[in-house]
Design a protein around this ligand. Sequence first.
Ligand code: SF4
Length: 327
Amino acid sequence: MESYQMHKKDDLCRREKKKEGAAMYREHTKTIKIGNQVIGGGHPVLIQSMTNTKTEDVAATVAQILTLEKAGCQIIRCAVPTMEAARALGEIKKQIHIPLVADIHFDYKLAIAAMENGADKIRINPGNIGSRERIQAVVDVAKERQIPIRVGVNSGSLEKELVEKYHGVTAEGLDKVKIIEDMGYDQLVISIKSSDVLMCAKAHELIAQKTDYPLHVGITEAGTLFSGNIKSAVGLGIILYQGIGDTIRVSLTGDPSEEVKSAKRILKTLGLRNGGIEVVSCPTCGRTQIDLIGLANKVEDMVQDIPLDIKVAVMGCVVNGPGEAKE
Ligand code: SF4
């Protein structure tokens, strides 16, 4: 309890800093340890993704996680819909190198089993876990093992007047956090998600002003590769640029490796990540003298795993080529 009180004191300091007008919220969020990673308190924004294999299938899930690790994923989340999936986490964890998050809905026993089997963090929605006693049982195990809990609020179903929606989502998120805080636990991460980009951005602005817990940010159910990438880039761009967000996920209907690739690019575009070659290519026009579209795609594929922090320009003619090449 003493350390909990100390956290509370730190929280007050952080709130004071915000009142002074510090825009970079993520500099002042609470530091939370998730397995071998640390988020919040100005630590780099980490990339998260989620497996789409059956978690019960250890071999398939491990293979996908290792591929995602290679692509740049830093925290991985697995759905835990059954007791068999919860038990599989132990074996999965032995074979991977990044923190493993268990995604739980409805059954508090699954949350407890996931933690007992080595989950580094759990994601729950207290609203569907059930009675206070059941939430308390989950919090007790999390507290004993110091496993952080991500409290998720999904705003997708709220369809009232806009201003009401923003405040409703924020208040709902904070209410859920308070339930767990009142149980004496504060190793928490909050996520507020919506597939409505502008509503999602506004809800994040509001909640960032009201809490010091790290925020996991993403545009949920963003869609297929094309539209999902655009919605995520716009939404995450608005949110991250304001200094909000400690971990991100680009949600795409597709291969999770694409989510990681897109997340890396979004962070790099915003100056939140270094490393990796940036390919600059012209849009082509009547002066183009080569198969520039094919060449640009080929170059992008070739350089994607090279860790150098440089730009490579692929230009179709001499008009812009020399200037870009010089850079
Ligand atoms: Fe056209 Fe040359 Fe500009 Fe490419 S670099 S768009 S080919 S003028």
